[in-house]
Design a protein around this ligand. Sequence first.
Ligand SMILES: *Cc1c(COP(=O)(O)O)cnc(C)c1O
Length: 400
Amino acid sequence: MQTGFSHLFIPGPTNVPETVRQAMNVPMQDMRAPDFGDLTLGLFRDMKSVFRTETGTVMFFPGSGTGCWEAAITNTLNPGDKVLMARFGQFSSLWVEMAQRLGLEVDVIDVPWGAGTPVKEISRHLGNDSKDEIKAVFVTHNETATGVTSDVAAVRRALDESFHDALLFVDGVSSVASIDFRMDEWRVDLIVTGSQKGLMLPAGLGVLGISEKALDAAKTSTMRRAYFEFSDMLKLNADGYFPYTPPTQLFHGLRRSLDRIAEEGLDNVIARHHRLAEGVRRGIAAWGLPLVAEHHTLYSDTVSAIRVPQEIDARDVLRIAYEDFKTSFGSGLGPLQGKAFRIGHLGDLNEGMCLTALSIAEMALYRAGVALQLGSGVGAAQAWYANADVARPSLRVAAE
Ligand SMILES: *Cc1c(COP(=O)(O)O)cnc(C)c1O
């Protein structure tokens, strides 16, 4: 017998706002109807604002973020192209593996899990590449496995400083619409995201932002692709149509979630994520547990990966939270399995929800045998939330 709500604090799928869920409860409709563009054309327009681009092109692929990784690669590169990628978590590792499977020659920079994109190393590789053999640099903006946010602008500067022409690919699946991302300003060529994270929707849509330069590259790219063909999309998208059946329900949900983001204001959405994340981090610090992220400049505002003491199995913490308190946290992925768990704090979220997450994590940790003071994390977060200035990103926490 289940009573009350279950709690979802994983970094995707995230909580879907009730109004978005309701907006998806509509009858099936004709995706070739003359007025279908009334629904879809506005989505392309408003998604561009979320990517902060005026010159880029947005595409929606039925699928997920991973599908858009594949679309980005196969439409713009050529078999055997050399690309530069850093590996520092589950998602950056999977992206490397995909690039290899698709037949690219991947220069992999391995850095410890908990570190971010190694900008200096990238600079060095670009500087040594006198023949411009590197065709693309890939950056995982927010590594969801470790709770690390990387500096995309710094990678752009590294490219510019070495006068390098490589395409800049960014995985923004767990950053777009929650952490500051600027496609035009950072001259990102391909930005990939999915519907089930910052966009607060069910999974099922991959979203791509494509620069003019990347669209040009797509004209001559010789990699094999069929389903993910940009030119098919472009032709039909111009009038709001799709080359195959699009998920119309998700489009209705997306309409509502983009409206919500616009109503709150993208800057405020980003500031809220920072404010909420900071409270969660203060709670974690009060338990005396370290984050996986190595340095405070890398802390992610959408997910915190928390190391548990050596003698504790993080899987017990997850199981207790789920079975005893109907609450899901993110598991430790790859080498972090059993060693860490994650609190997802992105999407449709507020202070009360973050306090619930901390309160339940605290009880689960306690039951799993971690020596902590019950209430310590909740109290530290309350002290932050009670004093944080909700109206502005800058915070007026007095005399600490
Ligand atoms: C969730 C996630 C993915 C995978 O996206 P799917 O939509 O599950 O395919 C890729 N990269 C990052 C950083 C993610 O957080």
